[in-house]
Design a protein around this ligand. Structure first.
Ligand code: ASP
Length: 349
């Protein structure tokens, strides 16, 4: 009898632990306003990256009801200070963690200034279908109506939702879920700043309730040819911003500094000022890859519109903005210098 009771007790314990089993989520903190602090709740001044990951997580205890949370500090910077080194360190760490059976999802807390670039970098280089969610805040933790705590709670809800599996890297801000390929920061100060200008958000998350409406269709993560395990450095790719009365001086400076690629954020449909165009044509003859994008902020930069791409040897960046086009060219150049192959990547990723 006692044996049976013992058995029943053991089974009950196993049963209840299975019922209580929560997903394991690692939160990797990099800094930004979500980890920011200021002197006053009603002043705009603050320092980004002032709070450590432990304090950040302690401020939102309800996330522990959703998952077993582990925090790690990758960096503690304003994301305007982001470097290739931090990108490589972060992507490699995420890749290692997601290979473990006891890690179900990753959240990266990040500054909003370059979140669109870092998230797209991981979208192209990390080899996993498990959820990877980026989150930040527009108001520091000491601000009145700070948006970080709700954003973090929503990020954990998205990371632990089964429908997030296979979506590639997503960004959760202000109750919206965006694909990292599409999302961009559109407003300098509003909490409603992250928008997918060409395609729209893929889902919503409201007090932790997750709903998806679309799937990203471009290649990412497991289907990408780029593999962070094989990348230890990134080539120099500069961005040049076009304007009326432009000149060749920044093209020449970029080439002199050793740029292997240049992203030209052109006027309208990626158009160039004549002397800039000639200087870029010369750079291409000297082995630099030049990709045309647009400074407009939305829409596709098309091959062969007003610009004679064939004559100059330019490639076009589809509908990626300059900062995302730069990520793809840096990664593309780790594989090939071939212009046709690089052009094809802009149609695939
Ligand atoms: N400058 C900050 C950053 O990107 C802004 C923010 O996080 O909202 O780190």
């Amino acid at each position: 009898m006692t044996k049976i009771l013992e058995k029943i007790t053991v089974l009950a314990l196993i049963g209840s632990s299975l019922l209580l089993a929560k997903p394991n989520v690692s939160i990797l903190a990099t800094g930004g306003t979500i980890a920011g602090a200021g002197d006053s709740a009603i002043k705009s001044s603050y320092s980004a990256g002032a709070v450590t990951v432990d304090k950040l997580l302690a401020a939102v205890p309800s996330i522990n009801d959703l998952a077993n949370i582990k925090g790690e500090q990758i960096s503690n910077i304003g994301s305007q200070e982001m470097t290739n080194e931090v990108w490589l360190k972060l992507a490699k760490r995420v890749n290692v963690l997601l290979k473990k059976d006891d890690v179900d999802a990753i959240i990266v807390t990040h500054g909003t200034d370059t979140m669109e670039a870092t998230s797209y970098f991981l979208n192209l280089t990390v080899k996993s279908d498990k959820p990877i969610v980026f989150v930040g805040a527009m108001r520091s933790g000491s601000s009145m109506s700070a948006d970080g705590p709700m954003n973090l709670y929503n990020a954990v809800s998205v990371a632990t939702n089964k429908d997030t599996v296979g979506k590639g890297v997503v960004v959760v801000m202000n109750d919206e879920i965006h694909s990292s390929r599409e999302v961009t920061k559109t407003n300098t100060a509003s909490v409603d700043t992250f928008k997918s200008v060409n395609t729209g958000k893929i889902g919503t998350v409201y007090y932790g309730n997750v709903h998806y409406y679309m799937n990203p269709v471009r290649k990412h993560t497991s289907a990408s040819e780029f593999d962070i395990e094989k990348i230890d450095s990134l080539p120099r790719v500069d961005i040049l911003y076009a304007h009326a009365n432009d000149s060749d001086i920044f093209v020449n400076a970029a080439v002199k500094a050793g740029a292997k690629g240049i992203i030209h954020a052109g006027m309208g449909n990626g158009n160039l000022f004549p002397s800039t165009q000639e200087a870029l044509g010369k750079a291409i003859k000297n082995g630099v890859v030049v990709a045309r994008t647009s400074r407009v902020g939305s829409g596709r930069t098309n091959l062969g519109g007003e610009v004679d791409d064939e004559k100059y040897g330019f490639i076009a960046t589809d509908n990626l903005n300059a900062q995302k086009a730069r990520i793809l060219l840096m990664l593309g150049l780790t594989k090939t210098q071939d212009k046709k192959a690089l052009q094809d990547m802009y149609f695939k990723y």
